[in-house]
Write a protein that binds this ligand. Structure first.
Ligand SMILES: Nc1ncnc2c1ncn2[C@@H]1O[C@H](COP(=O)(O)OP(=O)(O)OP(=O)(O)O)[C@@H](O)[C@H]1O
Length: 281
């Protein structure tokens, strides 16, 4: 039995004439302990896929199974690191992480919870900002709180929706390594949604492209046959890395070209000037 399985999953938004089938016949199996990356184009339905797996939305048809059981609603067993960090603005960094930890570990003592929260905030390099509120943090710092919050809950499966996109290269690299540490040390299962092929190759066992939408489906998988732990500084000399990267990029470029050729529509912008601007220049 697969740890996570999607069987013929389709998702349509809207009703009748006004509807769009965003995802079409998605079939995916992830085994326990695997790290799978889905690489997709912008707007292809990546977040929709994450929300289906997380239980935030239901498929229009098909099934999402977690450990053999249909996914109904969210669960802290599946920890999601969202793209938009979704922190509670009135809580401090500590409180944002602690709230999630308390929910995941209701039987832990106050001291145990404090230790857990503090150690994960330290891991993401935010000890100095532990009592700050989200509005006092940069976008990258908020994203790091969101990573700490998801990982501190020790989810059985870590689901990441383009979690590191807003970060600088150094912070991004550090967090990739922290996520990999936790995944391998705690024997987790992980799904990473990204538009960065290099990030996918560095982190995952398999990469599966999500074709452009509407009616996005999954493309053929690419196995990443590079020994772990992987050394970023040596990847550029690794023949497996070079070959796999070239194959994935060629595939994505080919399906990207098809997408371009689907639409020849020209969009003409309206020729209007707001009244308040007239005479200002
Ligand atoms: N709740 C919704 N109602 C209607 N349409 C939606 C809804 N959510 C998403 N969509 C549409 O579904 C399509 C896929 O959106 P989604 O956010 O899943 O894509 P994405 O690949 O995550 O995008 P991005 O790369 O920009 O983050 C888009 O055309 C979007 O407008």
């Amino acid at each position: 039995m697969a740890y996570l399985e999607l069987k013929n999953v389709c998702k349509t938004y809207g009703q009748s004439n006004n509807s769009t089938e965003v995802l079409s016949n998605i079939n995916l199996k992830i085994e326990e302990g695997e790290f799978v990356a889905i690489v997709g184009f912008t707007g292809s339905g990546k977040t929709t896929l994450v929300n289906l797996i997380n239980g935030l939305i239901k498929p229009t048809s098909g099934e999402v199974l977690f450990k053999g059981e249909p996914v109904v609603g969210t669960s802290h067993k599946r920890g999601v690191i969202f793209q938009n960090y979704s922190l509670l603005p009135w809580l401090t960094v500590y409180q944002n992480v602690a709230m999630a930890v308390k929910e995941a570990f209701p039987k832990e003592s106050k001291t145990e919870i404090r230790e857990r929260v503090v150690s994960f905030i330290k891991m993401v390099g935010l000890s100095h900002a532990i009592d700050k509120r989200p509005k006092e943090l940069s976008g990258g710092m908020r994203q790091r709180v969101s990573v700490a919050r998801a990982l501190a809950m020790k989810p059985e499966m870590i689901i990441m929706d383009e979690p590191l996109g807003a970060l600088d290269a150094l912070t991004r690299g550090n967090l990739q390594d922290e996520i990999l540490n936790i995944w391998s040390k705690d024997k987790r299962t992980a799904l990473l949604i990204t538009n960065d092929v290099d990030e996918g190759i560095y982190m995952a066992d398999r990469i599966i492209p999500l074709k452009p939408g509407p009616k996005a489906t999954l493309g053929p998988e690419f196995t990443i046959d590079i020994e772990r732990p992987r050394d970023k500084t040596k990847l550029n000399d690794n023949i497996n890395y070079i070959e796999t990267r070239n194959k994935i990029i060629a595939y994505l470029m080919a399906i990207g070209e098809n997408r371009k050729s689907v639409s020849n529509t020209e969009y003409v912008l309206p020729d209007v000037t707001p009244k308040s601007f007239v005479g200002q220049f």
